[in-house]
Design a protein around this ligand. Sequence first.
Ligand code: GUN
Length: 293
Amino acid sequence: MQIIDGKAIAAEIKKEIAAEVNEIIAKGGKRPHLAAILVGHDGGSETYVAHKVRACEECGFTSTLIRYEDDITEETLLAKVEELNNDPDVDGFIVQLPLPKHFNEQKVIEAIDYRKDVDGFHPINAGRLTIGLPCYLSATPNGILELLRRYNIDTKGKKCVVLGRSNIVGKPVANLMLQKGTPGDATVTICHSRTANIEEECRQADIIIAALGQPHFVKENMVKEGAVIIDVGTTRVPSTETKSGFRLMGDVDFPNVSPKCSYITPVPGGVGPMTIVSLMQNTLLAAKKEIYK
Ligand code: GUN
């Protein structure tokens, strides 16, 4: 059994990005610039955005954090999105989700210029991903593929079960696993809350990608010997053992499942650090205008 060290791979990729930024600057180019909009004070969002800002520093990017209280109007937010769309110094930007309830998230996502949508949430990027065209890949699916790639995990002809059908993880990662190439070429099943006999589906799987947000959903009796397990779960549960007062729980019962696996990602330190790196990779692509001119 090998534990997939997402933290180490993420550090490696950030170094590669920083080296490339140094080259760009040495040649007289512009420093990549990522902006992030954070509305309100959701604990998880605060943490994620702080990590994104720190990752920008590690990669040599400029970052701008725009903060609003949670009572701002949708018009104010949309006006800022428009301003960033038109700001030639900003290569890419994100609006941290979830937004407070009075916002129409889909409307905000669609207001972002798809050429600056480094989250890959705009329907143009999501659609292009689905049909295999160059686009900004959303962070978690891309992070998962990068782990499979860097660990040389064989996916061709393998049976891959994706647990969860969200637009930001389940659907796009299933699509990427299905596409021609490496990683890819898998036979993919997407399971969800209405799937009949989910346990049996899991037992058939060579690769399980668990993204349902249900702590320790995947149990030992659902995993075949030698399976590859990718755990996307990050449910925050109260804890007396950490400074922050909470800890992250994955969707997989790691202590009991891991002995049966060939590879498994831990929580934390598996997929999590890779998602932020994917955002950095997209920002670099945006700065280089590699996907869209
Ligand atoms: N909330 C949870 N994950 C993400 C993400 O990848 N991007 C944004 N903008 N918000 C999120």
